[in-house]
Write a protein that binds this ligand. Structure first.
Ligand code: AHR
Length: 655
């Protein structure tokens, strides 16, 4: 019976072979474009609780009582024993004006409970660093008793500190958790009759990325590192623009001591009424220094985007007058000094004081995000002139607006190319069909003009299941197909990044997203694995892959690209089959003397376009290594599964 099945399979295989359309040819000795090391990168924005409540591992929400409602996230306990008063010392501390004055009137404790970011994720046997800025106002001492409480109301860990001095001082203590719980909370008990002032009440896990105290969530950074990204764009996105100019991202307020960083409301707090997130603020514990550090840690080029004197044009559309643009331009110049300047300079000195005397080697910067119209060109021109005059080697990324087609795009694209822009940032959030139809988008672009940064893109599937999150296989497969066109046009497209990057399962505003997380776990979407397969198989030089002498961009539902990795001397072929049928294809590799007799193959596939990954099935769709393929007389016969993305690597033994 088994042998009969094998014979049938062989028969199908050969009949498919003879029926298959024209043979695919790779012209190994006709290298075309160089693929930039920055080609595949990541886009980080503090949306979907990606920073506070996400990457930034702080567990206490509203630690400095600066939310619009100062006790949001906090709940009083044992009110009969004491009280809390929010004091504003605006005159002496404009960045962090509020603190809590806690009075304990009896010998019994009074408490404040922090709910965390939709709970606190705690792990059994992990260490926790509790800290608080405090000063005693009345009484001999105050005992501050930190207690981790599980969702079943059991104590998971605790520790005490004693406040005795009358000056502000940071107190810290560590303890372990005896329980793993996704929805824990923190009780802060105040014991002893006293009046004590407290601020910056903080709790961090010890197991942060590289175990840095007050650092980033290790599992989330690891997912970024595993992408081996060429660059990381930060801090967004619309967050750069702000709903109005007062709400724009100002990098200078995000560096220095964390207690001096001025919190603001997150623009995504109120953006979508159907995903309202009233407790969404930016503490800037994850600020520009940390972004640069993160970029360095994961081996990515930093790409900061700065405000160009314009607020979000979907919101207030406020602009600063060109007379007053100097401060904004100065922010850009100072940022370059912060990243690259010597430790003798004002901003380089701050970088050194924060622990990084070596420069961060910043090479590029974005001016504006999704800004459009003549008002953008007017401001951009002034930015460009001043930045290029002082730092001619810094490459500037310019916005082409919100859409890849239409009047706005055409105007900006024309103007920016006239200005000889270094990089033009294109964004597209479109249905999967758009991605399939646009795989040739860049084939016709001028090869001798500005380069493209595909700075934000994602296929938004309209299949009904998983309607909320949409990170299904259909969307990922369409992106894989489209990305063959980005790679094939590497002489035009220098950089690309999927967006957005992160989403907290209980607090997101925008979907789909690349990585989903809760307070303890995270999982990668199929779209993540598409990005990863491109990034880990980047290659350095494009070579033609054709069928009937034409690029393969949709014929027979097939998309393909090929490149050479000069470092490893390998030919890398990427094939995407967007049909529901298996395809047998023969690939002939021309223009090479000797290839290894086998090739490796990695496959991402699913029969179900609607399938998605989840916390329960994080790898329902994940890359699988196939058994090696035979290479005979420079031919390779491959069987492409229905709805699949396949990467083949073949060693070149002799050119
Ligand atoms: O990625 C989400 C948002 O989409 C970004 O903030 C913005 O640039 C775009 O509109």
């Amino acid at each position: 019976m088994k042998s009969l099945k094998i014979i049938v399979n062989i028969f199908i295989f050969f009949s498919c072979l003879f029926k298959s359309s024209a043979q695919i040819v790779v012209k190994v000795n006709e290298p075309k474009a160089i693929i930039q090391p920055t080609m595949w990168g990541i886009f980080f924005e503090d949306i979907n609780m990606a920073a506070d409540g996400g990457l930034y591992a702080e567990l206490v929400k509203n630690r400095s009582f600066e939310f619009t409602q100062p006790l949001m996230g906090w709940k009083e306990q044992n009110k009969q024993n004491g009280s809390v008063l929010i004091v504003n010392r605006n005159g002496e501390n404009t960045a962090n004006p509020r603190f809590a004055r806690v009075s304990v009137k009896t010998d019994e404790p009074y408490g404040l409970t922090n709910e965390g970011f939709r709970g606190m994720g705690i792990k059994k046997n992990n260490g926790y660093d509790f800290s608080v800025w405090a000063k005693l106002n009345e009484g001999d001492k105050s005992i501050i008793h930190a207690q981790l409480i599980t969702s079943k109301n059991e104590i998971a860990g605790e520790a005490k500190i004693i406040v005795e001095g009358n000056d502000w001082k940071k107190y810290a203590v560590s303890f372990h958790s005896s329980v793993t719980d996704e929805k824990a909370k923190l009780n802060v008990w105040f014991e002893e009759r006293s009046v004590v002032d407290v601020d910056m009440i903080s709790l961090f896990p010890k197991d942060t990325w590289k175990n840095k105290p007050g650092g980033l969530r290790a599992d989330l950074v690891q997912k970024l590192a595993d992408l081996k990204p060429g660059f990381i764009r930060f801090p967004g996105g619309c967050i750069v623009e702000g709903r109005d100019l007062s709400n724009r991202y100002q990098w200078k307020r995000t560096v220095g001591n964390i207690e001096d960083r001025q919190l603001i409301i997150n623009r995504w707090n109120t953006e979508f009424s159907y995903r309202s997130t009233p407790d969404y603020f930016q503490s800037f514990g994850l600020g520009f220094f940390e972004y640069f550090q993160l970029a360095e840690d994961i081996g990515a080029e930093p790409l900061p985007i700065i405000n160009c004197g314009m607020a979000c044009q979907f919101n207030s559309a406020e602009v600063v007058t060109t007379n007053e643009l100097d401060n904004y331009i100065q922010d850009a110049l100072d940022l370059i000094e912060f990243a690259n300047g010597s430790t003798e300079t004002k901003w380089g000195k701050l970088r050194a004081a924060m622990g990084h005397p070596q420069p961060f080697n910043l090479k590029m910067m974005g001016v504006g995000n999704e800004n459009w119209g003549p008002q953008y060109i007017e401001r951009l021109t002034l930015f460009t002139k001043t930045i290029k005059a002082k730092y001619p080697s810094i490459k500037l990324v310019n916005s082409s607006g919100t859409d890849p087609v239409g009047e706005r795009f055409d105007y900006l694209n024309g103007e920016l190319r006239k200005m000889n822009a270094d990089l033009i940032d294109e964004h597209y959030y479109k249905p999967p069909e758009w991605f399939l139809q646009n795989a040739k988008r860049y084939d016709g672009y001028d090869r001798n003009s500005s380069k493209v940064f595909a700075g934000e893109y994602a296929a938004h599937s309209n299949l009904s299941d998983d309607a909320d999150k949409k990170n299904n296989w259909q969307s990922a497969l369409a992106e894989a197909a489209f990305m063959t066109g980005l790679e094939r046009n590497a002489d035009v497209v220098s950089m690309a990044s999927y967006a957005p990057l992160f989403a907290h399962i209980d607090a997101w505003q925008w979907a789909p997203d690349l990585i989903w997380f809760n307070n303890l776990q995270s999982y990668a979407s199929p779209n993540y694995y598409v990005q990863q397969m491109y990034s880990l198989n980047k290659g350095s030089q494009i070579v033609p892959i054709v069928s009937n002498s034409e690029v393969i961009a949709g014929q027979d539902s097939l998309y393909a690209t090929a490149c050479i990795d000069q470092a490893t001397s390998e030919l890398i072929i990427k094939l995407v089959n967007v049909s529901g049928k298996e395809q047998i294809q023969n690939i002939l590799m021309n223009g090479v003397k000797k290839l290894s007799s086998t090739a490796s193959a990695t496959v991402l596939e699913s029969n179900e376009l609607n399938k998605a990954n989840s916390f329960v099935h994080p790898e329902a769709i994940a890359p699988k290594e196939e058994s090696s393929l035979a290479v005979k007389n420079k031919n390779i016969l491959i069987r492409l599964m229905p709805y699949s993305f396949e990467v083949i690597r073949i060693k070149i033994l002799d050119h």
